[in-house]
Design a protein around this ligand. Structure first.
Ligand SMILES: Nc1nc2c(ncn2[C@@H]2O[C@H](COP(=O)(O)OP(=O)(O)OP(=O)(O)O)[C@@H](O)[C@H]2O)c(=O)[nH]1
Ligand SMILES: [Mg+2]
Length: 224
């Protein structure tokens, strides 16, 4: 599918190293999985065209998946990307307690550096490792509730919940944009057919309907 008419949504994958961020992106984008661990250097980038219900039916959504490195040494680099995100997938590994404990720090970084209206999903990955589980589902859910964000447990290995999680986040973002759009139209009395969408609260990155906002979709490329 071409990118014409797509609206662009920027999603950032964040969380500790080895919790499975890259694996989740690869499962979602290409339906593949590898047990080999190749740690991400800086930030990798992928495009994924998806369709979600609502707004202008049939208009595709172009997900820009920014897969950041979890290693501490890249933290100042990767946090520079937070400011332009529409949504975050904040990951931990259900078989790794420190990765869950560090969610608080990741959340603090997001709250400090990301747009205040960005949407967040808390994602407990590696749900296939039930025998090694050290973070109960109830604990992940409780933390997500405290932050007021959606919660999913996923497995990049089996594919369980992976598409559902990304789709839920994309749908939430789209819903928010509809609300922003309607508020904008309502307050400005702007004709719906000519208005740009999503710029109401984030002037730096308006989402423009009916325009091809970026280059052709391409495989992963490292930007840093
Ligand atoms: N069993 C299991 N292993 C997984 C799963 N997801 C990822 N892994 C493994 O965990 C290791 C790390 O996965 P990555 O996706 O590279 O982790 P990452 O979060 O991108 O790590 P950084 O790039 O260093 O931040 C790899 O060996 C993967 O095969 C999962 O759902 N289940
Ligand atoms: Mg990675």
């Amino acid at each position: 599918m071409g990118a014409k008419g797509a609206y662009i949504v920027r999603l950032l994958m964040v969380g500790d190293s080895s919790c499975g961020k890259t694996s989740l992106v690869l499962r979602f984008d290409q339906n593949v999985f590898s047990t080999k661990f190749v740690t991400t250097i800086g930030v990798d980038y992928r495009d994924k065209m998806v369709k979600v219900r609502g707004f202008i039916e049939g208009a595709p959504m172009r997900l820009q998946l920014w897969d950041t490195a979890g290693q501490e040494r890249f933290r100042s680099l990767t946090s520079n990307f937070f400011g332009r995100a529409d949504g975050f997938v904040l990951c931990y590994d259900i078989s790794n307690r420190p990765s869950f404990d560090h969610v608080i720090g990741w959340m603090r970084d997001i709250k400090t550096r990301a747009p205040p209206d960005c949407d967040i999903v808390l994602c407990g990955n590696k749900s296939d490792l039930e025998g090694d589980r050290v973070v109960p589902t109830s604990e992940g859910k409780k933390l997500a509730d405290e932050y007021g964000v959606q919660f999913f447990e996923t497995s990049a290995l089996t594919g369980s919940n992976v598409e559902g999680m990304f789709t839920a986040l994309a749908t939430t973002i789209k819903r928010r944009r509809i609300d922003e759009y309607e508020a904008q139209v309502g307050s400005n009395s702007v004709a719906a057919g000519t208005a740009s969408v999503g710029g109401a609260s984030r002037a730096s990155q308006p989402v423009v309907l009916g325009k091809d906002g970026a280059q052709d979709a391409s495989p992963a490329r490292s930007c840093c």
